[in-house]
Design a protein around this ligand. Structure first.
Ligand SMILES: *[C@@H]1O[C@H](CO)[C@@H](O)[C@H](O)[C@H]1NC(C)=O
Length: 138
């Protein structure tokens, strides 16, 4: 009986910890206006977050359009030039477009995310064309 209770407790602790261990490592580039039209919402920016923390999904994240509207926590972990990352800042972004078809082209190809200038500059120096990030879907 005690063994059973302990096993159940372990399972629920594991479930609590699991969301923290889903973080992934990848790269992020940035893009500038014009942001419209998008592969997710066409010519409308009505579903863009008002804080402008949004981005386009690279092929690994795009999920055949399933990524539209998904929210991710993103933080900068390193870059080619030391001091590029703004340490200790994590942003929450919303996917509004597909990186391969975005109207304005990414600063670097084949990244997991292409961030709006507002989002990118919140976590790194905008002079970098790409940064290494840790990201986690919410
Ligand atoms: C961003 O990087 C450039 C080029 O390395 C540098 O001149 C500038 O001072 C940096 N800006 C900040 C805010 O660190």
């Amino acid at each position: 009986m005690f063994k059973l209770v302990r096993a159940l407790l372990l399972i629920s602790v594991a479930e609590l910890l699991l969301p923290c261990s889903r973080a992934d490592i990848g790269a992020a580039a940035h893009y500038s206006p014009p942001y419209l039209p998008t592969a997710c919402y066409g010519g409308s920016s009505a579903r863009f977050p008002t804080n402008n923390l949004f981005g386009a999904a690279g092929e690994g994240v795009w999920d055949n359009g399933g990524a539209c509207g998904r929210q991710y926590l993103v933080r900068c972990i390193s870059a080619a030039v030391p001091g590029t990352c703004i340490q200790g800042v994590t942003i929450q972004i919303k996917i509004v477009d597909q990186a391969t078809t975005s109207k304005s082209r990414p600063s670097a190809p084949n990244t997991a995310f292409v961030l709006s200038t507002t989002a990118f500059s919140a976590i790194a120096n905008l002079t970098a064309s790409s940064i290494n990030i840790e990201f986690q879907e919410l």
